[in-house]
Design a protein around this ligand. Structure first.
Ligand SMILES: Nc1nc2c(ncn2[C@@H]2O[C@H](COP(=O)(O)OP(=O)(O)O)[C@@H](O)[C@H]2O)c(=O)[nH]1
Ligand SMILES: [Ca+2]
Length: 407
């Protein structure tokens, strides 16, 4: 049985060309992320030399849009999008390894928001597809993941990739994930606070059990960037009205457009007669956020890594480099929001939602979670060439559980 920790070569410096000649075993894991805005495949390659722990060697990543929830009434078509990605796995992984490579799909907030029967129909189609495939299909290989778990697995990924899980004395980092339909904040709490116990990681001889068992995650369904747009427009909750025009001062005043999310078509536009700009937009956004989120005190003293839409919007507005990422302050989002919103009437920013998105991110960080203006955020899309996503944490668990399963 392999022992934790899995090691990643660039961090540990133990993997190089000469050692690669002694490889005794290569194995793979396929993790699908069925997100609210897209479906992604992560193919992880691990290498293991005889009695040593496995190394994560690399990741192959591909994605398709839209996500499964957009196929709410066409589950077979939804599964076809997964088939395309699975075919890619067949081209990537040698056929000799197919039957020992596990394939798992975990759906997040898009499917959590669907009526249960519709979500189940989509999952059943995918399950059938997996069972017909040549890969190893573990029990419960297709499911909806709970939001807390999603945050904890992302915390595992980022702290693993940044090397924080190797040494008990290292300071773990917190994570901020802003998806399309839900958002998570996860960190190591102070002893007396809310903790989530993640008993799945049974590495009895290693301190990681303790670290993980104390992780705190707050997950908020409906607070992802795209769900928040609907909430700000007044279109979230209740029955969606496809004929109604939803308006906001966060949008260009003369705008009239349509936008599809979760299989529903929304008409939306600006407020030609009213004041626009950052202040009025911020006031609208606050109505959605105020007193809806937790503000744990310890978040102010931790380093946070932020990715997904935090990253995308920072790239879109030139705050960070699209490949390298970067460090920004919470107030940088506010300054950018201010600038974009004040220019709503004059410029075409490319995305009509940019003012709303940046204002939402600002309000979420400051009024929602209670971050200070000067809190630093590390924005990363990849660390050591591996995607910052909950999927790696999930793949570790998957492989570990298969290796420790009773004979
Ligand atoms: N860095 C990184 N970002 C991702 C990955 N998968 C999704 N995202 C980002 O997550 C956001 C979309 O969230 P999504 O997963 O569709 O929605 P959710 O179901 O609410 O989590 C976008 O900003 C994507 O760029 C990934 O593998 N790596
Ligand atoms: Ca996600």
């Amino acid at each position: 049985m392999a022992e934790w920790p899995f090691l990643i070569a660039p961090l540990c410096g133990v993997w190089n060309e000469s050692t690669s000649l002694n490889i005794s075993n290569i194995f793979y894991g396929i993790m699908f992320d069925a997100g609210s805005t897209g479906t992604r495949i992560h193919i992880y390659t691990f290498m293991q030399k005889s009695s040593e722990p496995p190394h994560l060697d690399n990741e192959i990543f591909e994605s398709v849009k839209p996500g499964l929830s957009a196929y709410v009434d066409q589950p077979e078509q939804g599964a076809e999008t997964v088939r395309g990605l699975l075919d890619m796995a067949k081209q990537t992984i040698p056929s000799t390894h197919w039957s020992s490579t596990p394939v798992v799909l975990k759906a997040t907030a898009g499917l959590r928001l669907l009526p249960e029967q519709k979500a189940q129909a989509l999952l059943s189609e995918v399950q059938e597809l997996f069972e017909e495939s040549p890969f190893l299909v573990p029990d419960e290989c297709v499911s909806i993941m709970n939001g807390t778990y999603e945050g904890i697995l992302a915390w595992v990924t980022i702290n693993f990739l940044t090397g924080q899980l190797y040494d008990q004395n290292q300071r773990t980092v917190g994570i901020l994930d802003l998806g399309g339909a839900s958002t998570q904040i996860t960190f190591l709490p102070q002893a007396e606070n809310k903790s989530d116990f993640i008993s799945i990681f049974l590495f009895s001889r290693h301190s990681i059990v303790k670290l993980i068992s104390e992780t705190t995650c707050f997950s908020y369904l409906g607070f992802g960037l795209k769900a928040a747009r609907l909430a700000i427009l007044g279109a979230l909750g209740g029955k969606a009205d496809e004929s109604r025009m939803y308006r906001s001062s966060c949008l260009p005043p003369s705008l009239k457009a349509e936008w599809k999310f979760g299989g529903i078509n929304y008409k939306y536009g600006g407020m030609a007669e009213e004041v626009t700009g950052f202040q009025s937009c911020y006031a609208e956004v606050l109505k959605v956020i105020r007193e809806k989120l937790d503000q744990p005190a310890e978040i102010r003293s931790r380093t946070f890594y932020a990715f997904s839409y935090y990253y995308d919007r920072a790239v879109d507005t030139g705050m960070i480099d699209g490949d390298q990422g970067g460090i920004i302050l919470v107030k940088d989002f506010e300054m950018k929001a201010n600038k974009v919103c004040e220019a709503l009437t004059e410029t075409n920013t490319g995305s009509p939602f940019l003012c709303m998105d940046l204002t939402y991110i600002t309000a979420l960080l400051k009024e929602g979670f209670g971050f200070y203006d000067h809190t630093e955020l590390q924005l990363k899309k990849k660390v050591n060439n591996i995607e910052t996503s909950w999927t790696l944490g999930a793949a570790f668990h998957l492989i570990q559980s298969l290796r420790t399963a009773p004979e």
